[in-house]
Design a binder for this molecule. Structure first.
Ligand code: CA
Length: 348
């Protein structure tokens, strides 16, 4: 009997533990929802102080619920300590600058030609760079994300990992509505990027432009508005007309990397900038024995850093100040290199 009663106690304890788990799970969820609704009241007050209209607040705030999928995706993001080994660029390049995306880019380039030329004249940003950003971000407007932005951004603000950033972006979606953007258009990635250029709402408010002259900056259905907005972003971020983003080079076999190591630590995405060398002029790079693979040297005084994304002995790249503008759009060396290479391939 003792044995049996012990077994029974073990079983009942097991059942109790399961029941506690189930009810805790349910309670945690209910608590999240209740907490979220309370937090929405705070967001509403904040939005009111920034001048969002009552009509917009009444239309949006009561409709919002927590989106657990957004929290799940946010928690999968890397953000911890440095990754042990940085992968090579070659596999990423094969995936993002393949023949299909190049061919569709060339088709987009041809069909938007007149418009692109006009934007390049106004902004100094090459047509091919605008097309490459559009291709890389949304496959030329095909994949723009299906998350309801106010709901996703309110959820991310509530979750709290980057609360101020996402609270600001949430309020920016409401300001977009006040400017006449329909709620139905406010969809995008789980992290709040929207439309053909994948702008955050605050970027939309600051930099989106009307490219087809109908008075609205429609970055969701108008390719003219999308390209004009990307051009405006790049010119605003300091793109220098007439200068390449960078180009492929060969580095001599006997090359002392210590002499070109950077001593600067960037306050913004330092890991990305650490992979690049110190700045030198084209004349200095030439004197060090670096040889261009795909084009002739730009002006002697143009400054560039060097990156060897596949390690020593492989293709390296000299990167100008315009490369930094691509990094301003999305701070990743692989992203910026592949945008530059896609632009070159589309233009060819
Ligand atoms: Ca328009």
């Amino acid at each position: 009997m003792r044995g049996n009663s012990k077994t029974w106690r073990r079983i009942t304890r097991g059942i109790a533990a399961v029941l506690v788990c189930v009810s805790m799970g349910g309670a945690a969820h209910a608590q999240d929802d209740a907490g979220f609704q309370t937090y929405l009241a705070t967001l509403r007050t904040l939005a009111e102080t920034r001048g969002v209209s009552r009509a917009t607040l009444d239309a949006v705030i009561p409709s919002l619920t927590l989106n657990p999928r957004v929290i799940e995706l946010d928690r999968q993001q890397p953000g911890g300590p440095a990754i042990a080994a940085i992968p090579n660029f070659a596999p990423y390049k094969a995936q993002h600058v393949g023949s299909a995306i190049i061919a569709r880019g060339q088709a987009a380039y041809l069909s938007e030609r007149g418009r692109l030329q006009r934007i390049e004249q106004q902004t100094g940003v090459p047509e091919s760079i605008m097309v490459a950003i559009w291709g890389h971000e949304t496959s030329y407007g095909r994949v723009m994300g299906g998350f309801d932005l106010p709901r996703a951004l309110a959820t991310l603000a509530y979750e709290g990992r980057r609360r101020d950033l996402f609270a600001d972006e949430f309020i920016a979606t409401l300001q977009m509505m006040d400017r006449g953007v329909p709620r139905s258009q406010l969809v995008g990635s789980w992290a709040g990027a929207t439309g053909g250029p994948q702008f955050l709402p605050s970027v939309y408010l600051r930099l989106a432009r009307d490219g087809d002259g109908d008075g609205r900056a429609d970055i969701w259905t108008s390719s003219a508005d999308t390209l004009a907005s990307i051009g405006n972003y790049f010119s605003n971020a300091g793109w220098r007309p007439g200068e390449p983003w960078g180009f492929a080079v060969s580095v001599p076999m006997t090359f002392d990397r210590n002499q070109i190591a950077t001593r600067l630590v960037s306050p913004r995405c330092p890991r990305v900038f650490q992979r690049q060398s110190a700045w030198k002029t084209m004349a200095e790079w030439r004197a060090l024995g670096v040889v261009p693979q795909t084009r002739s040297w730009p002006g002697d005084r143009v400054l560039a850093t060097l990156i060897e994304p596949d390690g020593q002995g492989q293709t390296a790249y000299l990167l100008t100040g315009n490369y930094r503008v691509i990094l301003d759009y999305n701070c990743s060396n692989f992203y910026a290199l592949s945008v530059g290479l896609l632009a070159d391939a589309v233009e060819r």
